[in-house]
Write a protein that binds this ligand. Structure first.
Ligand code: ATP
Ligand code: MG
Length: 247
């Protein structure tokens, strides 16, 4: 039977060619993500996590295979449609916050609304409300350098919500944060999930799993089971050289 999942990924491949070298960053990913789920993607460095998230966010084109979101095939969209998809459907949060340093928190949140045909007064009201929602109403006029890492990431979360997207994609959102700021970002993402949004987070932080409804494991560009993932992680631990081989 045809899957009815919100996001359907089928045999997704992405190959990067760098001179003579070919890297199969995604080597045939099959994955269903249900509407309203909170999916955590785990995997070692280079396993294809960011590549997969960029594909989902319509930030890059695949080599072959398909991604359907609510029945719409991303690879069949032209640049214009893909732009509309990114604006309406996706809120993206990055590890390095990606705020514009010359703008205040408020201006950073207002910025993406300029391209969405929202009137000036409404933009301002919405941005203030979102900054309140992430607990930063009293930092609206601060620039990124005048905010802590956790606060900058909160601004980035507020910014991801301006167009009220049904889907939130976050690439290592707690990777640059201390333990407690990281936890507060996880709780914010969890709130967005409880509001009914579909949340997909790439994370190395094992605490993220406690908020997740699903955990996906990636190895060498493929989705694997938890058991395969665990076995591979044990394998990665370098073994002690046998005594007789030591010089
Ligand atoms: N733009 C690119 N050009 C060439 N190779 C790339 C590009 N982006 C990613 N790769 C390669 O694809 C593979 C997967 O990269 P990706 O960034 O998706 O890994 P990741 O799982 O997000 O790793 P990390 O945990 O370090 O962020 C890597 O081997 C990487 O070197
Ligand atoms: Mg990455």
């Amino acid at each position: 039977m045809e899957s009815s999942a919100f996001i359907q990924i089928r045999d997704l491949r992405k190959t990067f060619i760098m001179g003579k070298q070919k890297v199969n960053a995604l080597a045939g990913v099959d994955l269903d993500i249900q509407k309203g789920s909170f999916t955590v993607i785990m995997g070692p460095s280079g396993s294809g996590k960011s590549t997969l998230l960029y594909q989902l966010g319509g930030l890059d084109r695949c080599t072959s295979g398909s991604i359907k979101v609510q029945g719409l095939e991303l690879q069949k969209m032209d640049e214009n449609d893909l732009g509309v998809y990114r604006r309406k459907m996706v809120g993206f949060i990055f590890q390095s916050f990606n705020l514009i340093s010359s703008m205040t928190a408020l201006q950073n949140v207002i910025f993406p609304m300029r391209f969405a045909g929202i009137a000036g007064g409404e933009r301002h009201k919405r941005a203030v409300r979102l900054l309140q929602q992430v607990g930063l109403a009293n930092r609206a006029l601060h620039r990124p350098t005048e905010l802590s890492g956790g606060q900058q990431q909160r601004v980035a979360v507020a910014r991801s919500l301006v167009n009220n997207p049904p889907m939130i994609l976050a690439d290592e959102p707690t990777g640059n944060l201390d333990t407690s700021s990281g936890l507060s970002i996880m709780k914010l993402l969890s709130q967005l999930h409880l509001e009914g949004r579909t949340v997909v987070v790439v994370s190395h932080d094992l605490r993220m799993r406690q908020f997740a409804s699903d955990t996906i494991y990636l190895l060498d560009g493929l989705v694997v089971s938890e058991a395969e993932y665990e076995a591979a992680s044990h394998f990665e631990i370098p073994e002690e050289e046998p005594e007789e081989n030591k010089i």
